[in-house]
Design a protein around this ligand. Structure first.
Ligand SMILES: Cc1cc2nc3c(=O)[nH]c(=O)nc-3n(C[C@H](O)[C@H](O)[C@H](O)COP(=O)(O)OP(=O)(O)OC[C@H]3O[C@@H](n4cnc5c(N)ncnc54)[C@H](O)[C@@H]3O)c2cc1C
Length: 452
């Protein structure tokens, strides 16, 4: 079922209307009438981002790309393909190749498939769950919507249609209606244009989430790939010769190997350097394997009573320049409890990552209390998620959009019989699940063309 996003054209409200006293930090932004302003994109990085943006949001181009990718179709010539990594990219490429008639084996180093597209249910009560990556997708993310429809999985607006979001910047606290666009000129002057652009993106509210958690999509792939997925199988070496590829991996500490016609490497770029490629890849690819990183992030999840958001006509969603984004997807308005996430990124995340877990939580609570003084009093449980410290992932989303077209061509280019998938190898939606799916379509086509 596709759910229409509610539109709500309100204006800014300030939290001084709330019935409790706010911290002394509150400085009210003057005037509600904020003109719409185009962010300017100066210099090298800005120009590249704008180029990428233009490519991303042209629906016609995207559809042309999709129909090209679909052409691989059914094959008479069956290939054996080993897929390394059972994230969204690995699962989708395995599914598409299997649909085209090929034999697939998926080697996944961790205990379970999904990679960064995962959902957390423990230790929370009351049937609460929350995603730990792959939280939201935009209406222009056609592939994920196609798969959700195909697997009959529902999705729903990520942001509630009613209530106010809050913005806390430079010590100023304000309310805004959910669907209201942010004016980049309102953002602190200390931010670079690129940071302003990123901030404005983060308040983009026309987004969806997968009902029941993003692991529903993972489960749907897994169900269709029954028997093909091998957990606890960490690939260490890939050796190719004229007739095929040998993949060596550790399973429960024992050395194993498997032979295939083609290999799809769908691990994050940051961990690719832990896999030896024989022969070594071309120098430009080698360079990108060491260069391309993931953005740092830290997530802290708080279980708290729902009424502390709804009672204030707040959605529980907000953007700050201290803890980053705050999200409270309320699954059931009648539930007494909800989960609030603080999603801290980049330099602010690096600062938290240098601290032990309990200090990360205490610091986050303290920072939230600067704009919501009651915050710490109602936290019942908390969980910290650090993808940067997961040695099989190493960060949140790739920094691919900072690299040039030729560098990115090297990242996604196949080396002989070894193909590369993953969000960091996408052409359009780098960093997103959509990018992971897009890369899966490209690799399906690459292998389909070679195998036929
Ligand atoms: C905090 C956070 C927030 C995010 N928010 C969003 C969002 O709102 N919307 C969105 O669309 N995307 C979001 N993303 C990004 C999204 O989750 C990723 O783009 C997508 O899930 C990446 O899929 P992937 O298959 O490319 O890689 P991954 O999910 O990283 O999968 C790679 C797999 O490879 C396995 N692996 C690693 N090394 C080996 C090895 N040697 N042998 C075998 N297996 C190995 C790993 O265990 C993993 O399962 C977010 C990510 C994070 C972390």
């Amino acid at each position: 079922m596709e759910v229409q996003h509610g539109s709500d054209n309100g204006c800014w409200h300030f939290l001084f209307t709330l019935p409790y006293s706010l911290s002394d930090n509150l400085h009210v932004n003057e005037g509600n009438d904020i003109p719409a302003i185009r962010p300017s994109f100066p210099k090298r990085i800005g120009a590249r981002i704008e180029r990428n943006l233009r490519r991303v949001y042209t629906e016609a181009k995207y559809n042309a790309h999709r129909s090209r990718a679909y052409r691989s179709g059914q094959t008479d010539s069956v290939a054996d393909v080993v897929v390394i990594g059972a994230g969204i990219a690995g699962l989708a490429v395995a599914y598409e190749l299997q649909q085209a008639g090929h034999r697939v084996t998926i080697l996944e180093a961790s205990s379970q498939p999904g990679g960064r597209a995962s959902t957390i249910r423990e230790p929370f009560g009351d049937g609460l769950y929350i995603d730990a990556g792959g939280f939201r997708f935009s209406p222009t993310h056609f592939l994920i919507r196609d798969y959700l429809r195909l697997f009959d999985i529902q999705y729903t607006p990520f942001y509630p249609a009613r209530g106010d979001m809050f913005v806390y910047l430079d010590g100023k606290l304000a309310r805004r209606k959910v669907a209201e666009p942010i004016d980049p000129d309102w953002l602190p002057r200390t931010l670079t244009s690129e940071e302003k652009w990123m901030f404005a993106q983060e308040i983009e509210t026309n987004m969806y989430r997968v009902c029941g958690g993003v692991d529903s999509l993972v489960d749907a792939f897994v169900k269709r790939l029954a028997g093909c997925i091998h957990p606890y199988s960490e690939v260490r070496q890939i050796t190719q010769d004229k007739s095929g590829v040998t993949v060596e991996f550790l399973r429960d500490g024992d050395k194993n190997s498997v032979r295939a016609d083609y290999v799809v490497c769908a691990v994050p770029n940051g961990v690719l350097k832990n896999i030896t490629l024989n022969p070594a890849p071309a120098p430009d690819k080698q360079e990108m394997i060491s260069l391309l990183a993931n953005r740092p992030s830290l997530l802290v999840y708080f279980q708290m009573p729902t009424e502390y958001w709804t009672g204030q006509n707040l959605t529980g969603f907000g953007v700050t320049d201290t803890v980053g984004e705050i999200w409270t997807p309320i699954l059931d308005p009648d539930s007494e409890m909800c989960l609030t996430i603080s999603y801290t990124k980049d330099d602010a995340a690096l600062e938290l990552l240098a601290m032990p877990d309990e200090v990360r939580v205490a610091t986050t609570v303290q920072r939230c209390a600067q704009f919501l003084p009651w915050f710490g009093d109602f936290v019942q449980k908390n969980v910290v998620i650090s993808w940067d410290e997961d040695r099989l992932i190493c960060g949140s989303r790739s920094t691919a959009c900072y690299h040039s077209q030729s560098q990115m061509d090297a990242v996604r280019r196949a080396e002989g019989r070894v193909h590369f998938a993953g969000e960091h190898t996408a052409s359009l939606q780098l960093g997103w699940m959509e990018g992971a799916l897009e890369s899966a379509r490209r690799v399906t086509q690459e292998i389909g063309t070679r195998a036929s």
